[in-house]
Design a protein around this ligand. Sequence first.
Ligand code: S3P
Length: 170
Amino acid sequence: MPQPNIILTGFMGTGKTTLGLLLAKRIDYEFIDTDAMIEGQIGQTITELFQKRGEAAFRKLESELVEKLAQKEGLVIATGGGLVLNPRNVALLRKTGKIICLTASPEEILVRVTKSPNVRPLLQEEDPQAKIIELLRQRSSVYQQFLQLSTSDLSPDKLVEEILRLTQSP
Ligand code: S3P
């Protein structure tokens, strides 16, 4: 039986990793977090990579990883929030399964990302809330091409059920 991948994308702090782990456990799939894989591969944090080699180097590593993941099945993949900005990454991942975009309000995102400070180089700004709003605006048309699921109102267990329901819809 083919096991299509389930890909969770969306802005930083929308719950991709938390829900991806739960979902993978629930359906006995392997869980892949693209940021964690890249960090393991290069032996540096994403923040160090941005500082030492810049965002373009990070985006290149993301695309190389997508090429590899697109050969596999039975995966729950939590993408970094900017991975889907590259249409080629989207096209490759789409061939392997359904992509679902998690959403949350800018206020919730700020609360969630503040809980893990210094891990998101794009938000190392004097006014992170303004930066979140700006990036959400810039990226809205990209995120809107996917099935949407708000992570604001339901419990993690309910959200996992909802993701499964969305992946089974035609
Ligand atoms: C990024 C999101 C981060 C990470 C990097 C860039 C983005 O991942 O890939 O800091 O461009 O939105 P999370 O969405 O898991 O925080």
